[in-house]
Design a protein around this ligand. Structure first.
Ligand SMILES: Cc1cc2nc3c(=O)[nH]c(=O)nc-3n(C[C@H](O)[C@H](O)[C@H](O)COP(=O)(O)OP(=O)(O)OC[C@H]3O[C@@H](n4cnc5c(N)ncnc54)[C@H](O)[C@@H]3O)c2cc1C
Length: 371
């Protein structure tokens, strides 16, 4: 078997790259997925934040571009993405006791984010209380980005996969890539699968298998990417008192992220599971943080919790995207925020794979930054 472009991993990054390759005229694109499409970090319950607010500044140009794609992506893919531009706030406690944040830094963040194309407002104490009645007295203000929002990750990933299939992309599910063979020129010659198929590469390979990228790269090239797996933990909660949290909400210094799923609360915020299982102590602490910010939510019930979706963390918490050897590309190291930028990353990656070059827009994320 032979394919011009082989993509390992059927999450949002693999499927969006495959779709964009086919859209730009690639005729032979194969995605190999160990389980099923959207079975990793790009699947599961709830929504993912489409957030520019307080991202690493190097990611803001990609976010600006993604913000242009998200509102009409459902039309392009001919399927719902669940995208909702709710606006997003980062709540800020009073003057910082330590570190470099706090209410006095908020205007500076707003100024720089706005200059980089992400219009940002600073909300006063009163404005915060108007938007979030009943919020804790500790909250003194907020950074607000009107273009932030949420999207349904599983629906979007499946929409990318179906659109890619309509353009002729082949998706091989339940097949794990076990190794990547390099040839005499240092480039990739073939990938080998758990079903003992050796699939010859015509042009290039993209490893978009999230936490699995490190081992395949190490084995094929000897390069040990500075990344490791994490298991973000999230929960769905019900409340006997209606939550008054109308927008995507995070907190600058407390580990808290809230999205509303109708009447239910989706609670995350950087908390981890114990490997792939729910850490009950962390879940209790996460809920305690929510209640410290919204004290009226004193009667909460856990509907479900999950920590089964592995995600890759990189040593500088920036994605690792780019070319490693002549025709081997990686897209990984998302560090818990790889969702929002996916539609923009995929366009640049597809262009780079087609031209067998590096994308200028992805320069800050090149794997070579570590060497
Ligand atoms: C609970 C949670 C909350 C999050 N919240 C946000 C958020 O609010 N905003 C945000 O921007 N990001 C968020 N993220 C991060 C974001 O979801 C991920 O960065 C993104 O989905 C990663 O997509 P991916 O395609 O790279 O990886 P994945 O979706 O993990 O896909 C990789 C695929 O590769 C497959 N695979 C692995 N090894 C192999 C192999 N050897 N051969 C073949 N296939 C293989 C896996 O089965 C998997 O399907 C969150 C993540 C989690 C888990």
């Amino acid at each position: 078997m032979k394919s011009d472009f082989i993509i390992v991993g059927g999450g949002v990054h693999g499927m969006a790259a495959a779709y964009n390759l086919a859209l730009r005229g690639a005729e032979s694109v194969l995605v190999i997925e160990a389980d099923t499409v959207a079975s990793g970090a790009s699947g599961g319950f709830g929504q993912r934040g489409v957030r520019a607010n307080r991202r690493d500044l190097r990611e803001l140009p990609l976010m600006r571009e993604a913000n242009e794609i998200w509102p009409t992506l459902h039309e392009e893919l001919r399927a719902p993405t669940g995208y909702d531009r709710t606006g997003g706030a980062y709540l800020i406690d009073g003057p910082a006791k330590n570190g470099f944040k706090g209410i006095h830094a908020a205007e500076t963040y707003a100024r720089v984010q706005s200059a980089l194309g992400i219009a940002t407002e600073t909300w006063t104490r009163d404005k915060v209380r108007e938007i979030y009645p009943g919020i804790s007295d500790d909250v003194h203000g907020a950074s607000f980005v009107p273009t932030d929002g949420v999207a349904s990750h599983e629906a979007t990933t499946i929409a990318f996969a179906n659109a890619a299939r309509r353009l002729g992309v082949q998706v091989l599910e339940h097949t794990r890539v076990t190794s990547v063979e390099t040839g005499a020129d240092g480039g990739v010659a073939a990938v080998v699968t758990s079903t003992e198929q050796r699939i010859v590469v015509g042009v290039s390979v993209l490893l978009a298998n999230n936490t699995g990228v490190r081992d395949l790269v190490l084995d094929a090239t000897g390069v040990d990417l500075p990344m490791w797996p994490i298991y973000p933990q999230g929960a769905r909660l019900s409340s006997s008192t209606a939550a008054r949290i109308p927008i995507l909400t995070g907190h600058e210094t407390r580990s808290l992220s809230v999205k509303m799923l109708g009447d239910e609360i989706m609670l995350t915020g950087g908390w981890r599971g114990k490997n792939a299982t729910v850490d009950q102590a962390n879940l209790r602490d996460n809920i305690a943080v929510l209640q410290s910010v919204f004290p009226y939510l004193d009667d909460l019930a856990v509907i479900s919790a999950d920590a089964s979706r592995a995600e890759s963390a990189s040593v500088d918490q920036l994605p690792i995207i780019g070319r490693l050897v002549p025709n081997l590309y990686v897209a990984t190291g998302w560090s818990g925020h790889g969702w929002a930028i996916a539609p923009a990353v995929a366009r640049h990656l597809a262009g780079a794979l087609l031209a067998n070059s590096e994308a200028a827009a992805l320069a800050a994320f090149r794997p070579s930054r570590f060497h």
